[in-house]
Design a protein around this ligand. Structure first.
Ligand code: ITT
Length: 194
């Protein structure tokens, strides 16, 4: 089947393509369909933001569509940056600035536990569905590795001693928050016999 993935983040598109390989599901990103408007993420939760992105596309193009919103929740910061993960270090959404700010904020904290959480919102045949994926881990003391994107160089998944920036992309696409949410999406789409 073919479905729109309402994102303008090419890193997400690459990862989801990898996760979907051999499923028979083909995604088209916003740039693939020539959609260039900025969708304002004004929600107070990841779920709300994922719904804003999917429903904007559904209203404008009347297509089957899914979107996702991802946040990094840090225990010592009471769940921040959470829904503000993309712009934590400033409006430019710069990964280095975001990571530097987080490393500084955690300097004198006792716990570095954190988790990535992904909310997927699917609108299929005019009905709305949500799927969640979580990856538990901790924030490293330094930026390590250059793989992945965003906060990957400072996130160490539970059970590993390397950051997502150091681990192979194939590992991330098996264990990540995004992979877990997409697996639920795929199972649902299969159950609908589409
Ligand atoms: P779209 O809204 O167009 O999908 P975006 O980049 O604005 O793309 P989000 O609103 O979901 O995406 O922002 C989440 C931010 O969280 C993103 O900019 C990254 O900094 C970070 N992020 C998301 N997924 C990540 C991952 O798998 N690893 C590391 N950081 C991630």
């Amino acid at each position: 089947m073919e479905i729109i993935f309402a994102t303008s983040n090419q890193n997400k598109v690459n990862e989801v393509n990898e996760i979907l390989s051999n499923t028979g599901i083909t995604i088209f990103s916003l740039s693939d369909i020539g959609y260039t408007d900025e969708i304002e993420e004004t929600g107070k939760t990841l779920e709300e933001n994922s719904e804003i992105k999917a429903s904007t596309l559904f209203k404008e193009r009347a297509v089957n569509v899914f979107s996702e919103d991802t946040g990094l929740e840090v225990d010592a910061l009471n769940g921040a940056p959470g829904v503000y993960t993309a712009r934590y270090g400033g409006p430019e959404k710069n990964a280095d600035q975001n990571m530097n700010k987080l490393l500084t904020a955690l300097q004198d904290k006792d716990t570095r536990k954190a988790r990535f959480r992904t909310s997927i919102c699917l609108i299929l045949n005019e009905k709305i569905h949500f799927f969640e994926g979580v990856l538990n881990g901790s924030i490293s003391h330094d930026k390590l590795g250059s793989g992945g994107f965003g906060y990957d160089p400072i996130f160490v998944p539970e059970g590993y001693d390397k950051t997502l920036g150091q681990l192979d992309a194939a590992i991330k696409s098996k264990i990540s928050h995004r992979a877990r949410a997409v697996e639920k999406l795929v199972a649902f789409l299969r159950s609908q016999k589409i």
